[in-house]
Write a protein that binds this ligand. Structure first.
Ligand code: ATP
Ligand code: MG
Length: 331
């Protein structure tokens, strides 16, 4: 039996270069080696988007189109809609009994994300999403979870919860490992620490060529450099971080860095090259996406078939969980 992967995305918008380099590249590569479950985490997205359900509905389709466009293959792997499998909610509720309030409050990723809201806007569902994510991973008994670096505290929690369950109620869950992508955390075009749908600082996989070029033109760069002949800083400069991440020609990048440091190449020229390389990467993805946009039946089928396969496994795991806890058979 192949080992399993569970990982996923929130349907809060289309996918961007951070998702690509942080997660999707690994997902595509691992499809043959592992039995993969790719989750569209709509329950989780509702935790901070209950006032914008139309956005979640649209994004379920957007995310699926992006997945197909980067060559996730619904014949090899299962695409799963979380809320079509309510076992996710049941397991989340039960695992929540094994996590203390202070344990959750210490989670650095959660703390950072909650900081973006006013306290009265943080819902209980949002606050407990790391527990729900533990349930997502454990429900199909995943061994590996390929994710961006921001997710590591959640995987750590998942490992603790699985161990605690196994010791007290019987060996049900493998202890999953995290696998971080080639670029653990891609910065935003505004220089913020993380490119994110929620921060409006992303280059989307579906952005047309001229939008990519314009976003690169506006990109944050070395703020100390006023004239193109000033010596520039490469370290910490998002334009060079993107070149490192996405320009396949290593010599071109090192030559540009050298000239930038000496002040013999301007930002305009470096950005022109970056935009060109990004568009070369994205063009085949955009083209496949356009063709899937013409076939909504394929999107629907991918989601329904994958969800059906996953549901059967989820039901089996929940039987083991309920038996282990000795619930559901009181009389
Ligand atoms: P939101 O702002 O709604 O949380 P998001 O952009 O953070 O959206 P998620 O759906 O939360 O996207 O994350 C999906 C996966 O993509 C996770 O594994 C996450 O670690 C990874 N990821 C997201 N943004 C980045 C990034 N900038 N760099 C690397 N990986 C990323
Ligand atoms: Mg996120």
């Amino acid at each position: 039996m192949r080992r399993r992967i569970l990982t996923g995305m929130r349907p809060t918008g289309a996918l961007h270069l951070g998702h690509y380099a942080g997660a999707l590249e690994n997902w595509v590569r691992l499809q043959d080696e592992y039995e993969c479950f790719f989750l569209i985490a709509d329950y989780q997205a509702l935790g901070d988007h209950i006032d914008d359900i139309p956005r979640i509905r649209r994004s379920v389709v957007e995310v699926t189109l992006d997945w197909l466009a980067v060559r996730l293959d619904p014949e090899k792997s299962s695409f799963v809609v979380q809320s079509y499998v309510p076992e996710h909610a049941e397991l989340a509720l039960l695992l929540g009994t094994l996590v203390s309030l202070p344990r959750l409050q210490r989670n650095p990723t959660l703390k950072g994300e909650m900081g973006q809201f006013k306290a009265q806007e943080v819902t209980v569902t949002f606050f407990t999403y790391p527990v729900s994510q533990a349930a997502d991973i454990l429900l199909p008994k995943a061994h590996l979870v390929p994710v961006g670096e921001d997710q590591l505290p959640h995987i750590e929690l998942t490992r603790e919860v699985a161990g605690r369950f196994n010791r007290s109620y019987g060996e049900v869950f493998p202890i999953p490992e995290a696998l971080v992508g080639r670029v653990p955390r891609l910065v935003g075009i505004d220089g913020q620490a993380k490119m994110s749908k929620s921060l409006d600082n992303a280059i989307y996989l579906s952005d047309p060529e001229e939008v990519v070029t314009e976003k690169v033109r506006r990109m944050y760069t070395d703020p100390t450099r006023i004239h193109p002949t000033d010596p520039g800083h490469v370290e910490g400069n998002p334009v060079f971080m993107y070149l490192d991440a996405f320009d396949p020609h290593a010599d071109e990048v090192s030559e540009l860095k050298e000239r930038y440091r000496k002040g013999t190449v301007g930002d305009v020229e470096v950005k022109r090259i970056l935009a060109q390389r990004l568009n070369e990467l994205l063009e085949p993805i955009r083209e496949r996406r356009r063709s899937y946009e013409q076939h909504p039946d394929l999107v629907r089928e991918a989601l329904l078939e994958g969800t059906k396969r996953h549901k059967a496994i989820a039901e089996e795991t929940m039987r083991e969980v309920r038996d282990g806890l000795h619930i559901s058979q009181y009389v």
